[in-house]
Design a protein around this ligand. Structure first.
Ligand code: ATP
Ligand code: MG
Length: 565
């Protein structure tokens, strides 16, 4: 039985349940996720995907993946492919409804002709600048275009010629004839079509007039029989236009519902900015593990389950807020804790010789794969005379609070023996600790002393002879400020980039069980965090990304707030 408290309905679920009660859509629920293929998807899009797909699932409805591909200037096949991969990876299922707005270009055109015939659209010859300059302000009405009163016949003829390619880019637009004095600026004769002699990634050269977002989007929803057209708050002021177009056309009319977009601390989420980071080489690509893109999160080691759980927990609201990235990482740790096999990996190796351990001897010690899940079983880890320990786990002159290895001190090696440090070898040139010598107590095999003596630390290790070489990439936040947009005058968000967001460690040593680990497989390196095999990995040199360290800031804060320890 689930111990989860029953969540109350969010405001969109309330709308849907009310619609189902009144029979508004005949009990249908049909949502869509409508990305423009001009960049990779990010964690904010995941919120929208989980919301739209989740509602369809919950109410036995349908979910479309629809590309809003109406702007050939910025769109590319690469983005289409990545979006399909990412939505699928997140677990949303569009069945056979992978749809493209560009497939409706003819229908949209026909609808535009209908509006012209109804006297509600006209061909305007003002330049884009002139259109903007005559729109008026919030306090002043706009000026009517000198082309506003053209006859239907003339408009039909000109629009047809626009489509045939008779005019250069920008020379004409088709505008809706609504109200130049409307208090909502979006209603002041908005542009419906512009001329753009550009090749489209799907329709090729077939069109040189392209629909604007507000015209296209509602029609796409309408054609597909969407019931609840869910979008982010910035479209609230566009809703009257969405409604006006569909009402004038007498077309099937979905309901637009706005919700607050996801904002995350330490993160920029604008596609324009993410593109800039990629193009300027500030990151290694769209799938750089520091990026908030789905592709980046996947490469970092995120699971779709963790992202879905995060989306579930943040809920859906009507007002903007910023969510702590600690919550996202908390959801990830919870999930990885359940599923990631434990292994031992030494990031900054220090050679340790167990002087009283027989030369050439190898023992296969039993190690637990996941203490959270007995079904994951155990594995054998080789132990021998020369080991690697973590450099940070040794101090020559330790302060009081340091309980790990030090000269004369005894610690436990995980799954193995108690060892005691007997001497320290230093590099004669640098004075740096080069090697430790220890003795082990054979009676402590498996980790406890028969005489009951205690040690204060348990350390991870790998056998030198059996270890595999690895490169480990450690990540820190991409931005140093919680709000990357908080900048000094004259600076932009890039001034807040963290110069130390990537730290590449080569010469790491991991246990042999990791040989041949598949790209994107995930592990917990004991005491070090969660790691994911990077696609750059190779048999002779494994490559790992650290997904997150173990310390869970969010859980700590929650514990403090609820008074638990
Ligand atoms: P732009 O339109 O500036 O290119 P966009 O992020 O809005 O960028 P779209 O491809 O239009 O990109 O977005 C697809 C869908 O994802 C839209 O319905 C949009 O409202 C939603 N979406 C985008 N960003 C977020 C976010 N941060 N949180 C929730 N939903 C988002
Ligand atoms: Mg958008």
């Amino acid at each position: 039985m689930s111990t989860e408290p029953k969540r109350s309905l969010n405001f969109i679920e309330e709308i849907i349940e009310e619609d189902n009660r009144t029979g508004k859509w005949g009990g249908r629920v049909h949502t869509r996720f409508p990305p423009e293929p001009n960049g990779y998807l990010h964690i904010g899009h995941a919120k929208s995907i989980c919301l739209n797909f989740g509602l369809a699932q919950k109410y036995g409805g349908k979910f479309n993946l629809r590309f809003d591909d109406t702007n050939p200037a910025k769109e590319e096949q690469e983005y289409v492919d990545s979006i399909i991969e990412d939505v699928r990876w997140l677990g949303a299922d569009w069945e056979d409804r992978l749809l493209f707005g560009s497939d409706y270009f003819q229908q949209m055109y026909d609808y535009a002709v209908q509006l012209i015939k109804q006297g509600q659209a006209y061909v305007c010859e003002l330049s884009p600048d002139e259109v903007r300059d005559t729109r008026g302000t919030l306090t002043h009405p706009g000026q009517p275009s000198p082309f506003r009163e053209r006859s239907v016949q003339e408009n039909l003829d000109l629009f047809e010629r626009m489509r045939r390619g008779e005019f250069p880019d920008g020379a004409r637009t088709l505008r809706a004839k609504i109200d130049m004095g409307h208090p909502n600026m979006n209603m002041r004769d908005p542009v419906m079509y512009r001329i753009l002699h550009a090749s489209h990634h799907r329709s090729g050269e077939a069109w040189c007039v392209y629909p604007m977002y507000d015209w296209a989007h509602g029609l796409e929803d309408s054609v597909e029989g969407i019931t609840h057209s869910i979008c982010t708050l910035e479209f609230e002021a566009h809703r009257p236009l969405y409604d006006w177009f569909l009402d004038q056309l007498g077309a099937y009319h979905p309901q637009q519902i706005e919700f607050a977009r996801l904002n995350l601390t330490y993160t920029v989420m604008s596609k324009r900015k993410l593109l800039e980071l990629v193009q300027e080489g500030r990151v290694r690509g769209w799938d750089d593990p520091r990026m908030p893109t789905i592709a980046g999160l996947r490469r970092r080691g995120y699971t779709p389950e963790a992202i879905r759980e995060f989306c579930n927990r943040i809920g859906v609201a009507k007002t903007e807020s910023t969510v702590s990235i600690d919550l996202l990482e908390h959801c990830l740790r919870e999930d990885l804790n359940r599923r990631a096999p434990r292994v031992m990996g030494v990031l900054r190796p220090l050679r340790v010789v167990i002087d009283n351990y027989p030369e050439g001897k190898v023992e296969e010690l039993e190690a637990v794969n996941n203490p959270e899940d007995a079904r994951m079983g155990t594995r054998r880890v080789p132990f021998s005379r020369v080991l690697y320990l973590e450099r940070d786990d040794f101090m020559e002159s330790p302060p009081k609070q340091f309980f790990r290895l030090a000269p004369g001190r005894e610690v436990r090696l995980r799954y193995a023996y108690f060892v005691k440090c007997t001497s320290v070898v230093k590099d004669p040139k640098t004075g740096e600790v080069a090697e430790l010598h220890c003795t082990y107590d054979p009676a402590t095999r498996g980790g406890d002393a028969p005489d009951g003596r205690k040690v204060k630390a348990t350390l991870h290790w790998v056998s030198a002879e059996h270890a595999r070489d690895a490169e480990v990439r450690l990540y820190d936040r991409l931005f140093v400020k919680e709000d990357p947009e908080e900048v000094e005058p004259g600076q932009d968000y890039k001034s807040n980039l963290n110069p130390d967001s990537l730290d590449v460690l080569s010469g790491c040593k991991v246990e042999p069980a990791l040989a041949g680990a598949a790209p994107l497989s995930r592990y917990q390196f004991e005491r070090q965090g969660y790691f994911c095999v990077d696609p750059d990995t190779a048999p002779e040199r494994l490559v790992f990304n650290r997904t997150v360290p173990l310390r869970d800031t969010w859980a700590k804060i929650q514990q403090k707030e609820t008074g638990r320890t």
